[in-house]
Design a protein around this ligand. Structure first.
Ligand code: FDA
Length: 497
């Protein structure tokens, strides 16, 4: 409540925030978690907490009056629809050159994401986090993160036989025919539950077109893993629909944190002030960067250094669809959970997830989310005229990612005698070069912070989320975000500072 004091205050309840809260609480520290999104624990009038991918309703988007689906066209027609303005689960946050998708609610990105839980190849680790000891990460913190998140792999025999993964088997066959390795991708979705969905013995989620706007069953989001573990310590309190607006040194030591309580239309109901000995920024790459840049440049935290706001990247995200031959249908039944990818990182700078198009009808299309080694990095800056934080990413920078993605798909098209789909992202538009699902960086480890996330310039302020990672993880990022958070919080608890 207003005027309260916390030993540790954590801004955001995604991967970094959940790890911090659990480990601090286990060490005996009382923790306040502040989350701008909803709790997502109460069913709507349809009895479900979350809506489906194919019928987005008020619950789908964060304060938008129209949906902004990543796959926004079909057969050249726009499919976005009007929705009431509501504190929905998926934020499509627009900057001048890119739309950044993020989860909103207790659990952060784990609520909306595909659950693909990929540990990067060890040989690529020095590219991802050059200052971090790889032995420690691969011996201790990646295993700890994988265990804490509940990561598992699809049963290969079921995969080979189920109708729900025909699209992925087509992806595997075509990758092989063009000489690319196809790798199974682990996921936090409960694979046994998915097999029960297939058998018809439980309510469907992944096999019921649920993804992007939440999964009612099956997915081990942070709501099923780190967060209940943190709450079970009895030392953690979470306030949903509270948005942190300011952090500044308190006169008597520690920090004063200001926040707005929101209603479900996004209006400010009341403002509150609390104090905390330590504050952990875990608002996600964009949320943490925006807060820190504004607080530095408007004078609340003037000692933050010039690296704050720098080193932001899109994890090289590029989406593309291919049209298959009539004898290569991808199936009317498609699980929403991807489970395989095409690896051409070393030779071509691209790793492509074979993604579903779960429309319920045969499309003869193959969809991919490619993660590429796009080298461009953007910077957040405070714009005093508009009182907003801008990001200088340019859409043209995606061309490098497209070139890398083409190292895979031009060859597959040539082998298969096929072409790109031009009707999925606009009217005659092949590449989705306008978005990222994987924002990373903005308060980079060892630059804006010390080598464990302690912010330079202020004792007791920490960054513990994707903002620490300089723009690319070579694969989907949340396992690396979680593992790095596990490493850093262990050091902070042991050594303070
Ligand atoms: P995260 O974004 O998870 O959490 C930050 C939290 O802080 C949010 O809940 C936010 O509401 C809150 N917040 C922000 N500002 C605040 C403020 N001022 N006050 C209070 N709270 C505030 N990754 C992967 O590895 N595999 C995958 O399959 C996918 N798939 C995928 C699909 C989609 C659609 C998206 C959008 C993302 C993915 N991702 C993914 C990416 C993954 O979800 C992402 O990298 C992590 O959630 C980032 O974790 P963080 O802890 O950095 O922040």
């Amino acid at each position: 409540g207003n005027g309260a004091h916390a030993q540790a205050l954590v801004i955001g309840t995604g991967y970094g925030g959940s790890v911090a809260a659990l480990r601090l609480a286990q060490a005996g520290v009382s923790v306040e978690m502040i989350e701008m999104g909803m709790a997502w624990d109460t069913p709507g009038s349809d009895g479900k907490i979350f809506c489906t991918l194919t019928s987005p309703d008020y619950r789908s988007y964060w304060l938008r009056t129209q949906t902004k689906a990543p796959l926004n066209y079909f057969l050249g027609f726009p499919i976005d629809r009007s929705i009431p303005k509501y504190t929905g689960i998926l934020d499509a946050e627009d900057f001048a050159g890119i739309t950044v998708y993020q989860g909103r609610g207790i659990g952060g990105g784990s609520l909306v994401n595909g659950g693909m839980a990929v540990t990067p190849k060890r040989e690529n680790f020095s590219y991802i986090l050059p200052s971090v000891n790889a032995d420690e990460m691969y011996n201790t913190y990646y295993p700890r993160a994988n265990a804490g998140l509940g990561v598992g792999l699809v049963d290969p025999t079921w995969f080979d036989n189920t109708a729900w993964y025909q699209f992925a088997r087509v992806g595997r066959k075509q990758a092989g025919r063009s000489g690319f390795p196809f790798v199974f991708v682990p996921d936090v979705y409960d694979w046994n539950y998915m097999q029960q969905e297939d058998a018809g013995t439980v309510p469907k989620s992944a096999l019921g077109q649920e993804l992007l706007y939440g999964n009612n069953y099956g997915k081990k989001s942070l709501q099923k893993t780190y967060i209940p573990a943190a709450l079970a310590t009895g030392k953690v309190n979470i306030s949903p629909l509270h948005k942190v607006t300011s952090v500044s040194p308190a006169p008597g030591g520690g920090y004063m944190v200001l926040m707005d309580q929101l209603d479900t239309s996004g209006n400010v109901v009341t403002s509150k002030q609390v104090t905390a000995d330590k504050v952990f920024f875990a608002a996600g790459s964009v949320g943490t960067s925006k807060l820190l840049v504004r607080l530095r440049d408007t004078g609340q935290l003037p000692n933050l250094n010039a690296a704050v706001g720098q080193g932001w990247g899109d994890n090289g995200n590029i989406m593309v669809g291919r049209a298959n031959q009539i004898w290569d249908p991808t199936g009317a039944k498609q699980s929403t959970v991807p489970c395989g990818g095409i690896d051409n990182w070393t030779a071509g700078g691209a790793f492509a997830e074979v993604a579903p198009i779960p429309t319920g009808i045969e499309t003869w299309a193959s969809l991919y989310l490619a993660i590429t080694k796009n080298p461009h990095r953007a910077q957040f800056t405070w714009n005093a005229a508009t009182q907003t934080v801008d990001l200088n990413w340019q859409q043209a920078w995606k061309q490098d990612g497209i070139t890398m993605a083409k190292s895979i798909f031009d060859r597959i098209n040539s082998t298969e005698g096929t072409i790109y789909r031009t009707d999925l992202f606009g009217v005659y538009k092949i590449w989705n070069d306008t978005l990222t699902y994987h924002p990373l960086g903005g308060a980079v480890l060892g630059q804006a912070t010390d080598d464990y996330g302690r912010l330079a310039g202020y004792q007791g302020l920490y960054v513990i989320d994707g903002a620490l990672i300089p723009g690319n993880t070579t694969v989907n990022p949340f396992v690396t975000i979680t593992a790095l958070a596990e490493r850093n919080i262990e050091n902070i608890i042991a050594n303070g500072g």
